[in-house]
Each structure stands twice: as structure tokens, then as C-alpha cells.
Design a protein around this ligand. Structure first.
Ligand code: DX5
Ligand code: ZN
Length: 243
């Protein structure tokens, strides 16, 4: 009798996928600010501008006071852009209840909120058992101490620099202190996780977040603003290259 291969942690490490050849940063366009009626074109423009990944903001109207989209839309994005790295940011209650749906939809990374699960270690292990990269996100008022039990198993930590729920908000400057602290800790102890920042990232704030230690920069309105996607993406990229 043939035994089914057990899906375990993804073969490649996340760093080589998001930050290949020692790149210092990666921009993650959030389609929350895209024009959903022309989504394929909008994502196509980010790819043309050089994007390797797309950030997918999944909201359920309970964990955050907003509703977005679910696995069926993500599946369509995967079908049309099979080479893009899909970064799913789950702002939902009971995120593990949706793990199978998003795994089937083809995402590469599932990031859940520490505030949404009773046991972060168990959650990270379940995401890994599904064969995906695992991320944990914390809201602006949550301290990085909650991540302590799992620092050596995480692929990514997402620091929210605004209260989750809506695009177009202003970055909360104190959240950069958490980025700084985490980066120092990671570099000192050699933890594997990459640091992502999300909320209010634009050409002015991205360089500040980079000097604090962030490596993956989620940007919704700064990329999709006025539909000038290629120009916007390149301007953000330049601001980080010159940081
Ligand atoms: C907010 C979302 C963000 C949002 C960022 O809860 O997690 O990813 O799209 O939008 P901007 O870049 O406009 O702040
Ligand atoms: Zn997000």
C-alpha cells in the first residue's frame, strides 16, 4: 500500500523567496486598495513594476469592523498569477478554521493574529503542517512579548503599524519601536523570521520603517493610488533603495 507523503514545513526558506540574493527589502502590494473590477489588470501592473508578491487582507467583520474577500477570490488570483508569492493576512476570528480553504486556494504564507488564537505555538505548528509558511501578526497595542514562545519557529512576524481593518490610515510612529526591538533580538539570537510591516507605508514612512529593521513592506494606497500603479510602486522602491 502506498503511503501519502506528509506535508510538512515548506522546502525553501521564506527569506530566499522574498529577499533573494541578499535583497534588503520586498514590497507587498495590498489589493485592498486595488480596483476590484479591474483586479487582474491592477495585479498585472504590480508584476510589471517588479513585484514578487501580493498581500491579501482577509477580514470577517468580527475580528475587525470590515469585510473583504475570501478564498474563492484568492484562488482566482493564484490561477492567473501562479508565480506570485501569496501572502494571506487573516484578520478573522477563528483563523485556523479557514486554514484548509486558503491552503487549497494556493497561498504560500498564512499570517494570523496573536489576538485571535488562544495558543500561538499550536497555531504556527498547524500552519506548518499544512505545508505553508507561518506568520504571526500583532496589533499596535500588543507587545512583542506574546511572540516569545514561538520566535524560533516563525517564518514571519507582521507588525501592524495601524489598527487593522482599513487601508489609508496614518502609520503610528510608536509601532516602529517594536520593529526595532524585534530586529535587534533577531540579529542577536539568529532567529529565522523576516519582519513585515503593514499600515500607512508610503515613500516617507517606508525608509523610517526600514531603518527600524523592517524587510517586507505592505503598501495598499501607496501602490494603487489613482491607478498609477507602476509609477507608485517604483517610487516606493526608490524611497527604499535610497534609504
Ligand atoms: C489594514 C490592512 C493593510 C492595508 C494597508 O488592516 O492589513 O494591509 O491594506 O493599507 P495602507 O497601505 O493603505 O495603509
Ligand atoms: Zn494587511
Amino acid at each position: 500500500m502506498k503511503t501519502k507523503p506528509v506535508k510538512s514545513s515548506p522546502a525553501k526558506d521564506i527569506r530566499s523567496q522574498l529577499l533573494p540574493k541578499g535583497s534588503k527589502f520586498c514590497i507587498a502590494p495590498s489589493i485592498l486598495s486595488a480596483d476590484f473590477a479591474t483586479l487582474k489588470d491592477d495585479i498585472g501592473k504590480t508584476v510589471k513594476a517588479g513585484s514578487r508578491m501580493i498581500h491579501l487582507d482577509i477580514m470577517d467583520g468580527h475580528f475587525v469592523p470590515n469585510l473583504t474577500f475570501g478564498a474563492p477570490l484568492v484562488k482566482c488570483v493564484q490561477k492567473h498569477f501562479p508565480k506570485l508569492f501569496l501572502d494571506a493576512h487573516l484578520m478573522v476570528e477563528n483563523p485556523l478554521g479557514y486554514l484548509e480553504d486558503f491552503t487549497k486556494a494556493g497561498v504560500h504564507l498564512v499570517t494570523i493574529h496573536s489576538e485571535a488564537v488562544p495558543n500561538v505555538k499550536r497555531a504556527v505548528r498547524l500552519i506548518h503542517a499544512a505545508g505553508l509558511f507561518a506568520g504571526i501578526s500583532i496589533k499596535p497595542k500588543t507587545s512583542i512579548g506574546v511572540l516569545e514562545p514561538i520566535l524560533n519557529e516563525l517564518d514571519l512576524i507582521l507588525i501592524m503599524s495601524v489598527e487593522p481593518g482599513f487601508g489609508g490610515q496614518k502609520l503610528i510612529p510608536t509601532t516602529l519601536n517594536k520593529v526595532r526591538e524585534l530586529r535587534l533580538l533577531r540579529d542577536k539570537k539568529g532567529y529565522p523570521f523576516v519582519i513585515e510591516i503593514d499600515g500607512g507605508i508610503d515613500t516617507k514612512t517606508a525608509p523610517l520603517a526600514m531603518s527600524a529593521g523592517a524587510e517586507v513592506f505592505v503598501a495598499g494606497s501607496a501602490v494603487f493610488r489613482e491607478g498609477k500603479i507602476i509609477q507608485n510602486f517604483r517610487a516606493l522602491e526608490r524611497s527604499l533603495e535610497n534609504a
